[in-house]
Design a protein around this ligand. Structure first.
Ligand code: EPZ
Length: 427
């Protein structure tokens, strides 16, 4: 068990290089199964969710060769199993992408049925709706979900809710289904477009990704390719908040400013100065923070994964902010941690009302999930004095070298070994 010890109160400055997008990587890695050949994947973030995906591929029979820390060659020619082990699939929710990919290549796939998580219930009914429309049957036995089809036929699917996972899984299964598939009311996140681009590089015929209708002409077979994953929108947004909350001046390298627009717009409204370049962005804050109204929505709305970070920033605004969570039922659990730092936040269901305070005070903090964990780091960076962030395992699922990257920006943060339950809290 590790914890981070953070001596906050110092403005961050300098440059940070953003890694590849986690939520693209965890779909693109299973998608390599459809190639039945070699793919070279570049800009893979070195994070635990990616390592778990590579381990699953390896266990299924794929050859994995590390070229560098962020480039892997994956050879899926000799995959000889369609069942993801219970232990590995439970390590990572996104293991559900193996269902779509295995179904597309072999006509069957099995993973552990995902349960609820820290964010609230996480059903996969819309994933299954698409698979069923393509002619598959699903069954659940002893916690495992199995999908199976004699052959997949393209179909028209109207999703009842906008879902990133269901959109990606339907694309994976439909790429080689016979005939044409039309997916309506789909998600439009940058990682949806990235997966479509990757599948098209492998020979798929997919149009419309990035709009709310995707059309797929099924092809007989896909092939291997070389592909570089897009920069991570949420990692970039997290460092933008780090700069904003510490009154810093930070340049982000390897970003796509277009993908950051929903975040940039809100941070500008909060009083940050932001300059955009081709693949870089500079953010500075010199004045006070203005309060905001923020509601999370599917892309191009404000991303739910930035919500804990934005709420944390707004604890220091001059006035009252309102943050409404529009995607997940239970994404304000971290607020209790901020209250112990002196923040003034009232949560009623999906809405948080935040009265800005002048300063957050240091405290022992807990990462309740991945993005909440990142938000705790930002809170600690803003507070004068020493804070500790516990349960960092959540953070390392999605942020590559976060401690080292923050150190390069001048933060006083270090990892230390923490015996379980070593932190005593003032509650
Ligand atoms: C992805 O989760 C991301 N994870 C999440 O990021 C992100 O919060 C979420 O999209 C929304 O942007 C990955 O990409 C691995 P959804 P996903 O299906 O695909 C409901 C992070 O911090 N729904 O878009 O699982 C669901 O309950 C993580 O990086 C159904 O009702 O999310 C939710 O309310 C956390 N039925 C809403 O849709 C379904 O079949 C959106 O979920 C599927 C979803």
């Amino acid at each position: 068990m590790e914890k981070y010890v953070i001596h906050g109160g110092k403005p961050l400055s300098g440059e940070v290089v953003i890694g590849g997008a986690k939520n693209a990587a965890v779909a693109i890695l299973p998608a390599t199964i459809l190639a039945g050949g070699k793919c070279l994947i570049e800009n893979l973030p070195c994070i635990s969710d990616v390592m778990a995906s590579l381990q699953i591929l390896s266990e299924l029979g794929a050859g994995i060769r590390m070229v560098t820390r962020n480039i892997y060659e994956i050879d899926t020619t000799n995959i000889n199993s369609t069942e993801v082990s219970n232990e590995l699939s439970r390590q990572m929710r996104a293991s559900y992408y193996f269902l779509g990919a295995l179904l597309g290549r072999f006509g069957s796939g099995q993973v552990a049925m995902p349960g609820g998580c820290n964010l609230g219930p996480r059903p996969i009914d819309q994933h299954l709706k698409a698979f069923t429309a393509f002619g598959a049957e699903d069954s659940v036995e002893y916690g495992q979900i199995r999908v199976k089809a004699d052959h997949l036929v393209g179909s028209h699917v109207f999703f009842d809710t906008v879902s990133v996972g269901a959109t990606m899984n339907a694309m994976l299964a439909a790429a080689t289904a016979q005939g044409t598939t039309v997916l309506e009311n789909v998600a439009r996140e940058p990682h949806i477009v990235d997966l479509a681009n990757f599948l098209n590089m492998m020979g798929a015929d997919i149009h419309g990704a990035g709009t709310d209708v995707i059309k797929i002409h099924g092809v007989k077979q896909l092939h291997g390719c070389n592909y570089s994953i897009i920069p991570d929108q949420i990692e970039a947004g997290s460092y933008m908040v780090a700069a904003a909350i510490t009154k810093g001046d930070v340049t982000l390298r390897n970003v796509t400013p277009k993908h950051l627009e929903p975040i940039t717009a809100k941070l500008r409204a909060a009083g940050c100065e932001i300059e955009e370049f081709d693949d870089a962005l500079r953010i500075r804050r010199t004045g006070n923070l203005h309060p905001l109204k923020v509601k999370t929505m599917p892309h191009p709305g404000f991303p739910t994964d930035m919500q804990p970070l934005m709420t944390t920033l707004l604890t220091l605004a001059d006035g009252t902010s309102i943050v409404t969570e529009g995607i997940w039922e239970n994404r304000f659990r971290y607020v209790d941690e901020l209250l112990r730092m002196g923040a003034n936040i009232q949560v009623d269901g999906q809405v948080a009302v935040i009265e800005g305070v002048r300063k957050l005070r240091p405290a022992p903090l807990r990462a309740t999930d991945l993005r909440a964990g990142a938000a705790m780091i930002m809170a600690a960076l803003s507070a004068d004095g020493i804070s500790e962030v516990d349960e960092t395992i959540h953070i390392e699922r999605g942020y590559e070298n976060i401690v080292e990257k923050l150190q390069l920006l001048g933060a006083d943060i270090r990892r230390v070994e923490a015996p379980r339950n070593a932190i005593t809290r003032a509650i």
